[in-house]
Design a protein around this ligand. Structure first.
Ligand code: G6P
Length: 507
């Protein structure tokens, strides 16, 4: 949960700004999920933080400003929470450590939600925005796509917009609506049409591809997406590359006037600012966690089994994360360096993701299959080359961060990738970061990491080996500079630089 220092900084920052507007956060996921009581295990009902970097990042702002967080009721557990809402349609959710959020759930019917999430947002948009399609074969765009757009994506976006408008009608000052991510591109245009005095900002947590790649989608749909997001006053991206691609998309695909130097798009008599705000982590929270009893206990367990050299990856089982090529690169390293056998282990600590989508289930299958093959090929009694754990255990992840010698972050494309920042901040072994040039974090950390092309498994194998062999003084120097960068640009900075721009806009 957000650390006290971060909260205080954001509270101080928002006090002046928020006299004039009322903030509302809009995101597909709620900040917390309900874990039901389990009488067989003797566990009580608990509220735990939702998955993904978005929730972590926006959590502090939500707590500091007590903003209403509008989210989809995605699961039966969410619907239980939604059922506890008061007269104003919001429910106050408080965690064990007394962090409190106000959530308004949007309850779409499951069929529409499935079209929105499992047919349109994740397979289609996520794949476009991470360049995941093998275009000679896929996607096949047909009436199903059109239906998923109309009856799924647009429909659910409208439900979100209606819920925001309801807040706006009740509020005494105009709303400041902070829309999050690719699931909700149409919300800003819809809200603006109903609430002319509203201020809207959207942050896109994932990459924005080139205008040409958007042309996978039929014109009506791709233009609908860009016009939807242009309902905002400010659009935030992770990197300058995303900003450039967005400006080009407006220019080339929609023929709009764009000022590249001022990073502004002109549309319907408004000037829309397009900016990059590299997302980050709550440094104070992570530093406090390092000595948490649960982390220390996990660390002891790791110390009991770890080999001399530990390579780590921590990821959701997302296709964009490139887990399989990471294993193949490690296999090549084992082929080339038999002297490392029995002395090294690759620990993949993975969190299951989006198993309602066929491609994701198949990908998890490949991860397990390739891992088993490599373990069969090289493994010996007492040595398993890859340790694969599929589990969502935050304390274990922090203990793993403290313990690695090399952290592999090799996504195909990634908006930012917070693991790169969290991992090096927490590490206590002068560990080295091997980082894909296509991760957003490469813009900030690339010079201090060992850079890899994520498709090139030989280069990645060599990078893993060189990192294991790197001179101690160089490992220390690189690690220190990464930590300095992360400390200087932490989550407070990410939020306050957005608020600074909003303050200019509102003033
Ligand atoms: C990324 C996305 C978020 C998303 C998260 C988890 O961080 O940017 O929008 O919430 O992944 O994915 P899920 O589909 O499980 O919400």
């Amino acid at each position: 949960m957000p650390g006290g220092r971060t909260l205080r900084a954001i509270e101080a920052y928002t006090r002046r700004l928020l006299r004039h507007v009322q903030p509302v956060i809009v995101a597909n996921r709620a900040p917390l999920t309900l874990q039901r009581a389990d009488p067989f295990r003797g566990t009580e009902e608990r509220l735990v933080r939702g998955a993904g970097g978005l929730v972590t990042a926006m959590g502090s702002l939500a707590v500091a400003t007590d903003a209403v967080w509008v989210a989809a009721a995605r699961t039966d557990e969410d619907r239980i929470l939604a059922g506890r809402a008061g007269k104003d349609g919001t429910v106050r959710l408080t965690t064990e450590d007394d962090t409190s959020y106000r959530v308004a759930f949007v309850d779409a019917d499951p069929g529409a939600y499935d079209l929105y999430y499992s047919v349109f947002s994740n397979p289609l948009l996520w794949f476009i925005q991470h360049y995941l399609w093998d275009l000679s074969r896929e996607p096949i765009v047909d009436a199903t796509t059109e239906r998923a757009w109309r009856d799924g994506y647009q429909h659910v976006n409208r439900l979100f917009a209606e819920r925001v408008v309801e807040e706006g009608r009740r509020a005494e000052v105009p709303l400041l609506v902070l829309v999050q991510d690719y699931q909700l591109y149409c919300v800003p245009q819809m809200v603006r049409a109903a609430l002319p005095r509203v201020r809207l900002q959207q942050f896109v947590h994932i990459p924005w591809p080139t205008p040409q790649y958007w042309k996978i989608l039929p014109r009506r749909i791709r233009d609908g997406i860009t016009l939807g997001i242009l309902g905002n006053d400010i659009i935030g991206f992770q990197t300058s590359r995303d900003v450039r691609n967005f400006l080009l998309t407006c220019e080339e695909n929609l023929g709009l006037a764009v000022d590249h130097r001022e990073r502004t798009v002109f549309h319907e008599g408004r000037a829309i600012w397009v900016r990059s705000y590299p997302i980050s982590i709550d440094v104070g929270e992570f530093e406090a966690l390092l000595e948490h009893p649960a982390v220390l206990a996990e660390e002891e367990r790791i110390a009991a089994w770890r080999p001399d050299h530990l390579i780590l990856r921590v990821d959701r089982t997302d296709l964009s994360k490139n887990v399989v090529r990471g294993f193949i690169a490690y296999e090549r390293m084992l082929e080339a360096h038999p002297e490392l056998h029995e002395r090294v282990q690759f620990w993949a600590l993975l969190q299951e993701s989006r198993q309602d989508i066929d491609d994701y289930r198949a990908y998890l299958g490949s991860i397990v299959g390739v891992c088993a093959r490599i373990n069969r090929r090289f493994g010996r009694r007492g040595w398993m080359p890859i340790r694969l754990e599929i589990e969502n255990n935050f304390h274990k992840a922090v203990a793993a961060y403290k313990s690695f010698d090399v952290l592999l972050v090799n996504p195909i494309y990634d908006g930012m990738n917070l693991v790169a920042k969290e991992g090096i901040l927490c590490n206590r072994r002068n560990g080295v970061l091997v980082l894909s040039e296509n991760a957003g974090s490469h813009e900030e950390l690339g010079e201090l990491a060992v850079t890899v092309n994520p498709f090139d498994v030989d280069e990645t194998a060599e990078a893993l080996y060189l990192s294991l062999r790197m001179d101690e003084s160089e490992r220390i120097a690189r690690g220190e500079r990464i930590r300095e960068t992360v400390r200087a640009n932490d989550i407070t900075r990410w939020i306050t630089s957005q608020l600074q721009d909003l303050r200019e806009l509102i003033a």
